[in-house]
Design a protein around this ligand. Structure first.
Ligand code: SF4
Ligand code: SF4
Length: 271
């Protein structure tokens, strides 16, 4: 019986996620809120959604123009719930990451996101030159968060998400790390330790803001970071497949543009 089971195991397809084909949309997740306005249509401009947003990441500018800062959005769903007019929906779009913070700030006119290309810094280019071939190792610092991001980072090493298969590993000492991944809004007591970890690391190196709080503070005031991060991953917390996809993108082995994918999603929505 045991032998038959072992043979069947060999024939079974691996359950590990295929990151070449992973979709930015996860139908089981709430994802970022997206307006549903079409050309010539207007919302009530009642601003209920703006007022209920706990992080002030949503602004209603006029009846057909609104903006979201997806680097501050907790994906809590309160804005879509409060809109009795159905002009904002939860999209299931969870791949919210970029090397350019400004890319995560999106203005929609008639429901269409404005165009913005991504600026890639010299530091990221240098980082990619090495890590695209070798992968990278990171040290994680919990900088005042609630440990949900750490739970997802832990899960990214399980058999389903398999971080190490993408050559992404964790190390104990920042001296051995290529990247510093931090979570949380960087409380006053964590500014020093985060900076010390960063200063200890050899170059080229990358700083990764992991989760909405690490990008913008979320519900809290954002503390002082060693420098402007090189990668911003939104979500409170981001799912493990989002984390690994974002790391692969940082390494330069995943082709991804947040704005392009968002535009495609919105176009499909209108069909
Ligand atoms: S999107 Fe909905 S809740 Fe927000 S201002 Fe328009 S009608 Fe009001
Ligand atoms: S999902 Fe929550 S945090 Fe994001 S814009 Fe809506 S209300 Fe604000």
């Amino acid at each position: 019986m045991k032998i038959i089971y072992e043979i069947l195991n060999i024939l079974r397809r691996a359950k590990t996620m295929n990151y070449e084909k992973v979709s930015p949309i996860n139908v089981n997740s709430r994802g970022i809120p997206i307006p549903t306005l079409t050309s010539g249509e207007s919302c009530l401009s009642c601003k209920s959604c703006e007022q209920i947003c706990p992080t002030h990441s949503l602004k209603i500018h006029s009846k057909d123009t609104m903006s979201f800062d997806y680097g501050a959005c907790l994906q809590c769903g309160r804005c879509s719930e409060v809109c009795s007019n159905g002009k904002i929906i939860d999209s299931g779009f969870v791949h919210v990451y970029s090397v350019d913070r400004e890319v995560l700030k999106v203005t929609y006119r008639n429901g269409i996101p404005e165009e913005k290309s991504e600026t890639i810094s010299e530091e990221v280019k240098q980082f990619r030159k090495i890590t695209a071939k070798t992968g990278f190792q990171y040290r994680e610092v919990a900088a005042g968060g609630n440990n949900t991001t750490e739970a997802e980072l832990n899960a990214s090493f399980n058999a389903l998400f398999d971080s190490e298969a993408s050559q992404i590993r964790v190390v104990a000492s920042p001296k051995h790390a290529d990247a510093l991944v931090y979570s949380g809004p960087v409380g006053p007591n964590m500014e020093g330790p985060l900076n010390t970890a960063w200063e200890t690391m050899p170059s080229p190196k990358a700083l990764v803001a992991c989760g909405t709080e690490a990008i913008s503070g979320g519900l809290f005031q954002l503390g002082k970071r060693p420098k402007e991060p090189d990668l911003f991953i939104g979500g409170d917390p981001p799912r493990p497949d989002v984390l690994i996809s974002a790391f692969r993108y940082l390494m330069g082995i995943r082709e991804f543009s947040f704005r392009t994918e968002l535009f495609k999603y919105v176009q499909n929505l209108k069909k």
